[in-house]
Structure formats: structure tokens, C-alpha cells
Write a protein that binds this ligand. Structure first.
Ligand SMILES: O=P(O)(O)O[C@H]1[C@H](O)[C@@H](OP(=O)(O)O)[C@H](OP(=O)(O)O)[C@@H](OP(=O)(O)O)[C@H]1O
Ligand SMILES: Nc1ncnc2c1ncn2[C@@H]1O[C@H](COP(=O)(O)OP(=O)(O)O)[C@@H](O)[C@H]1O
Length: 630
């Protein structure tokens, strides 16, 4: 056989196959069209996989394609998680033409939709289909109602949870910004409904995961490590940023039908919930807290700054201090800014980067009133009924008969009374307030007066940790040195200024000078000693008297702490860190169990995290006492 014959034969065979295939295709087309026609007119609903549908749709001649297709998710995966809100989500109104060009992946709208469980309902306006269409419309309505009921139930659950949470924290944690929350909720919902039509931005997911790992590493290295391991082993981007407001978030890869995969996905979901809670927790525990001072005097800011209402006296002090030897003890001053009609001073946020900071505000000096205010009293004293009531609240016997009759006191009378009631007059400083690690704020130190009482408070504040007390002691000594060299200090009467003590579990304990609203240059450049008794006219404030007492208090507390913790510091620090791991995990787990009732705190993944940390803590310390019950 010559070549051309071979080629011809080959071509014939090929042609034959082509014809055969065309015939087959035509048969298949006819079959598909018949199925479709019969299903449109007789069955109206049929259950098929999305890929079948797509193939089928592509084969339907354009004019015969259905006008509209409505899809329902099976919702079976969602219900396996006990999440009512995710079942039977409805996605509707695709134009069939658009649909015909879609692959199965593109038709996955909600994360919980599954190809296998998709029920596809094709509708056409034929008379035969009217009853069924009505039925289906009824179903559709029912589903819509169900869906809106579910959102409502979800909102109710959230509202209940918030009320419980507030009650639990008894207002010790700053009030949530309601507007921001609502916006976030709206955003979350928007994202939730958009998720199907848009592919998740991998960058966002990655950033989210990164942010969480950061949060975790701030909290403790163990959790961070666990998160890291998990995220690397996870099939999907281990955290969906949009999940902040939605617990029911899954990535495409997680949409599987088998029971096993459902369990895995359930774990992943809980895992994500855990991460979300960590993020919530970190956000709620943002470091900023105003411990003392005038409410509303501060405004939140970004980039490691806080804004304090502008005060010309304080602003000029801060400017001067930026060029003084005290500079390293004072928050950085960045100048003035405006927000609306209000002017603010931009200050370094001393709590920035701190995780779970513990703070103590000590008001320095033997008096908290200005000399000029005292002389004002003798001439034109304005009476303050608010101060009278504050006085009565602490000690009903404190006001004089005359003050009782007036139901008012003068400001300097009140401030003098406060100084003498507390340790100000005697020790030259007083404790104004303490913020505990859990965010709880304690302000009831008005009658903490004696050296022993103050030392006890300092021991409680530092949890008797020698390392922290040592840091504080050396900072106080350094401050003393700097004050003695400071030109600013010599020439200023410093009234009502505070030392802000800050420590957390990671960084060194530190002390800062704040609040210069009542700090004035001395008359005609008079040099002050700051450690001699005040007599009217000498402008002495007793700042150094206070610093000396405070230093003795910390020394005393350190001695006491070392007696109680004779072990060397490195072991102690180790233990502290381990205990921290356990306590942080406990916090997070408690938060999850209390604030997200839909997810059990006993969930496998959480237990895994907890036991890991717990084991680690016990491992190097032998039988630990840190048994946690949740
Ligand atoms: O701490 P309590 O007992 O509530 O008393 C406060 C403090 O003494 C304030 O001083 P500081 O700002 O140093 O904390 C003082 O502000 P001044 O700075 O104006 O003196 C308040 O006066 P009024 O602001 O006038 O109420 C006074 O009511
Ligand atoms: N720079 C700062 N960084 C962090 N916290 C600060 C800073 N300045 C003040 N605070 C917080 O605000 C509280 C009140 O500050 P203060 O300056 O005394 O206000 P006021 O002038 O209203 O008395 C402090 O106890 C502290 O908790």
C-alpha cells in the first residue's frame, strides 16, 4: 500500500470516528434536551451535580436555555456544626446564560455549599409548571423567612452574649464603641454575603494569619508555636480575616462531603474560631487605659500616640522637658493637633506594644493644690457641691457643720482633705489607681495612708515578683539622679503630677513622669529643693520627699518579695513565663466558652492547645499546681 493510500485510509478512519462522535454527540444532545424538556415540563426539579448541570447547560441550544435558575445549598455540612445560621442558604437569580459559562467552582457561593448536595431547580414559564412553580416559590419564601429568622436568632444570641459579658466584667473594661461594633457587624455580614461571588483575597487571609500569629506571640510563645504549626499544616489559609464577625467561615478546600472531612472541617472551623477569639480578645484588650485623671481628657490615636486635651501650661512644660535631662522619663511630645473643634497634645503612648499591662498611677508631692489657689480661697472661694458629695461618700463626718449646711466645700479644702486622708501629706505621694493584668481598674486608695498599707499595695501590684520590683527600684534611683540634675525641676513647682508605673510580662518594668497641668515656673526663677516642708510662700512641693518614700516602699517590698521567693531569678522568671502560658490559655479558653456559646470550650483543638501549654508548664517544674478547670 502506498503512502497516499495509507493517508487516505487514515483520513477515512478519522472521518469515520469524527462522524461517529458527532452522531454520539447529537444523540447525547438529544438525550440532554429530552431530559431537560421533560424535567422542565414534567419533573421541574431534579437533583444533579453542578458539573453535570454545566455540561448539560452548554449543550442546550441557546433559545431553549431556561430563563432563570435558582440554587439551594444542601446545608448539610453547616448543620453538622450545629450552626443554624448557615443552613439552607439561598442564592438566586443567575441568568442562565451566565450560568452556562460557569464551572462548578464558580458556583460555590457560601463556603458551606457542596457540589454533591446542590439541588438545582430550573424554571420556565410553561403552563404545566405553574403549580410546581408556585410550590417552589412557596419553598423559596419559606427559606427566605427561615434565613431571616436565623439572622435574627443570631443577632439575639450576640446581644445576649454582650449583655452577659458586660455583666461579667462589671464595667471594669472600657465600654465598647457601639457604633464601631455595629459597623463591623454590618461589614462582616456584607463580607459574608459577598464571599461566594468573590474569591477570597489570599493576601488578606495571609495578613490575617500573620496578625494573629503576632497576637499569639505577644501573648506567649507556646500558643504562637502551636498556631504556627497548625497554620503550616492546614490545607487552607488558616485564618479568614472576615471571620471576625462570622464564626461560620470555610474556605473552598474545606467543602467536602464525607463525614471524615466534615469532622476535619469542624475542627478547622473551631480552630478558626479560636483564632478569631484571640483576635477579639487582643482587640478588646488594646493596651490603652486611662487610669486616673479627668474622664474625656484623652482621645484614642494611632501610631503609638495618645491625644490629650490641649492645655497651654502642660504643653509648654512638655516642650521644655523635651530638652531637659528628664526627657527620658517623660513621654515624647509631638506637638499639637486638632480633632473637630478640639485641640489635642500628641503624646507618646506609654502603653503601646504592651500586652496585658499592669499600671499604677502615683500622684507625687505633699500637696495637690497650688499656692495661688489657696490664696484665692481666702478672697473669692467658689463652692463645690460635687466635692462635698465626694467627701461625704468617703467619710460622712469629714465636712464641718457649716459645709454640711452649705452642702458644698471649696476646692482647696477638698484637695487638702484628700491629701491628709491619703499618704500625700505624710509620705509625699499617694496611689491614685491600679490597672490589673486582666484590665480591672482599682481606684479605691483614698484611705491608703501608712507606709505598711502602701507597701502591701505595691506588693499586690507587682504580684511580689522580685524582678519587677528590682526594675522599678533602679528606675526610681535613676529618676532621682536625673531630677537632681534637671534645670526644669529646680525651677518648677510640680503639683498634681504623677509617676506612671507600667509593667507587663515581656518587657522591663518602667516609670514615667506624666501630667504637668499644674506645673508652673517658680516666681522669679526661685530654685526649689523639693524635699523640705512646705510653708506658704516657699512654693515647695515635696516631690523629692515623695520619691524618697516611694523608693523605700519599693525597697521594702523587694525585700519582702525576695523572702517569699528565695529561688534565683532565672528559675523564677522561667516559672513566671510558664504560669503565664497557662493563665493566658485559660483566659482565652474561658473567653471562648463564655462568649461564643455555639462552640464548646471542650472542643478538641482547644483542648489540644491547652494540654500542650499545660504539659510544657508542668514538664520543667515537676508537679505543677496550675491545674485549670474550665
Ligand atoms: O481625685 P479626685 O478626688 O476626684 O479630685 C480631683 C483631682 O484632685 C484632680 O486633680 P488631678 O487632675 O491632678 O487628678 C482635680 O483636677 P485639677 O487638675 O483641675 O485640680 C479635680 O478638680 P476639678 O477638675 O476642679 O474637679 C479633683 O476633683
Ligand atoms: N502618655 C501616656 N501614655 C499612656 N497612658 C497615659 C499617658 N498619659 C496619661 N495616661 C493615662 O491617663 C491617666 C490620666 O493622665 P493625666 O495626665 O494624669 O490626666 P489628667 O490631666 O486628666 O489628670 C493616667 O493615669 C494614665 O493611665
Amino acid at each position: 500500500m502506498d503512502c497516499s493510500a495509507l493517508v487516505e485510509e487514515g483520513l477515512d478512519i478519522h472521518k469515520g470516528k469524527e462522524e461517529e462522535r458527532t452522531e454520539l454527540d447529537e444523540k447525547e444532545d438529544r438525550k440532554q434536551n429530552n431530559i431537560l424538556r421533560s424535567s422542565l415540563c414534567e419533573e421541574s426539579i431534579w437533583t444533579r451535580s453542578i458539573s453535570d448541570l454545566t455540561v448539560g447547560m452548554n449543550k442546550i441550544p441557546r433559545k431553549q436555555r431556561p430563563v432563570q435558575a435558582t440554587f439551594y445549598s444542601g446545608g448539610q455540612y453547616a448543620s453538622s456544626l450545629g450552626e443554624t445560621a448557615t443552613s439552607d442558604r439561598e442564592v438566586k437569580c443567575w441568568e442562565a446564560e451566565g450560568l452556562s459559562n460557569m464551572g462548578p467552582d464558580q458556583i460555590q457561593l457560601g463556603g458551606e455549599m457542596q457540589e454533591g448536595s446542590m439541588r438545582v431547580m430550573v424554571r420556565e414559564g410553561t403552563e404545566d409548571c405553574v403549580t410546581e412553580r408556585e410550590e417552589q416559590e412557596g419553598m423559596e419564601k419559606e427559606r427566605r423567612d427561615e434565613s431571616s429568622d436565623m439572622w435574627k436568632a443570631r443577632d439575639d444570641r450576640k446581644a445576649r452574649w454582650r449583655v452577659q459579658k458586660r455583666q461579667r466584667l462589671k464595667g471594669s473594661v472600657e465600654e465598647e464603641n457601639e457604633k464601631e461594633r455595629l459597623e463591623m457587624e454590618r461589614d462582616g455580614r456584607k463580607r459574608w454575603t459577598q464571599r461566594g461571588s468573590k474569591e477570597e483575597d489570599p493576601q488578606i487571609a495571609e495578613n490575617g494569619a500573620e496578625a494573629l500569629l503576632q497576637v499569639a506571640s505577644i501573648r506567649n510563645p507556646t500558643i504562637s508555636r502551636i498556631l504556627l504549626n497548625s497554620s503550616s499544616s492546614s490545607t487552607s489559609s488558616s485564618f479568614n480575616y472576615s471571620s471576625v464577625d462570622s464564626d461560620e467561615v470555610f474556605s473552598d478546600e474545606e467543602e467536602t462531603t464525607t463525614k471524615e472531612q466534615c469532622i476535619t472541617n469542624k475542627k478547622a472551623c473551631s480552630w478558626r474560631t479560636f483564632l478569631t477569639m484571640m483576635q477579639w480578645s487582643a482587640r478588646r484588650r488594646s493596651s490603652w487605659v486611662q487610669l486616673a485623671g479627668h474622664p474625656g481628657n484623652f482621645c484614642p490615636s494611632e501610631g503609638g500616640e495618645v491625644l490629650k486635651k490641649y492645655n497651654a501650661v502642660e504643653s509648654s512644660c512638655l516642650q521644655a522637658l523635651m530638652h531637659d535631662s528628664l526627657c527620658r522619663f517623660v513621654p515624647q511630645y509631638y506637638g499639637v493637633t486638632s480633632r473637630g473643634n478640639e485641640r489635642y497634645m500628641r503624646l507618646e503612648d506609654l502603653l503601646s506594644g504592651k500586652s496585658f499591662p499592669v499600671i499604677m498611677d502615683c500622684k507625687m508631692g505633699v500637696r495637690t493644690y497650688l499656692e495661688k489657689d489657696l490664696s484665692k480661697v481666702q478672697h473669692s472661694a467658689s463652692l463645690r457641691s460635687d466635692m462635698y458629695w465626694k467627701m461625704v461618700k468617703v467619710d460622712p463626718a469629714a465636712p464641718t457643720v457649716e459645709e454640711h449646711a452649705l452642702r458644698a466645700v471649696t476646692k482647696s479644702r477638698y484637695l487638702q482633705w484628700r491629701d491628709s486622708l491619703s499618704s500625700s501629706s505624710t509620705l509625699g505621694f499617694r496611689i491614685e489607681g491600679i490597672t490589673k493584668e486582666n484590665g480591672k481598674v482599682l481606684r479605691d486608695f483614698k484611705m491608703t495612708r501608712t507606709l505598711a498599707q502602701v507597701t502591701d499595695t505595691v506588693l499586690t501590684f507587682t504580684k511580689k515578683q522580685p524582678n519587677i520590683l528590682k526594675d522599678y527600684l533602679s528606675r526610681l534611683m535613676a529618676l532621682d539622679e536625673a531630677l537632681k540634675k534637671s534645670e526644669f525641676f529646680k525651677t518648677h513647682e510640680i503639683i498634681g503630677s504623677s509617676l506612671l508605673f507600667i509593667h507587663d510580662r515581656r518587657s522591663k518594668a518602667n516609670i514615667w513622669m506624666i501630667d504637668f497641668g499644674k506645673t508652673f515656673p517658680t516666681d522669679s526663677g526661685l530654685y526649689l529643693k523639693h524635699n523640705i516642708p512646705w510653708i506658704e510662700g516657699n512654693q515647695e512641693d515635696g516631690y523629692l520627699t515623695g520619691l524618697a518614700s516611694l523608693t523605700s516602699v519599693v525597697k521594702e517590698a523587694l525585700l519582702e518579695a525576695e523572702k517569699l521567693n528565695p529561688c534565683d531569678c532565672s528559675t523564677d522568671t522561667q516559672h513566671e513565663l510558664q504560669t503565664h502560658c497557662v493563665s493566658v490559655t485559660k483566659d482565652v479558653m474561658q473567653e471562648i466558652s463564655q462568649s461564643a456559646p455555639a462552640f464548646s470550650a471542650r472542643d478538641t483543638v482547644l483542648e489540644e492547645v491547652f494540654s500542650c501549654v499545660h504539659l510544657e508548664a508542668n514538664g520543667s517544674r515537676g508537679a505543677s499546681t496550675t491545674q485549670t478547670s474550665i
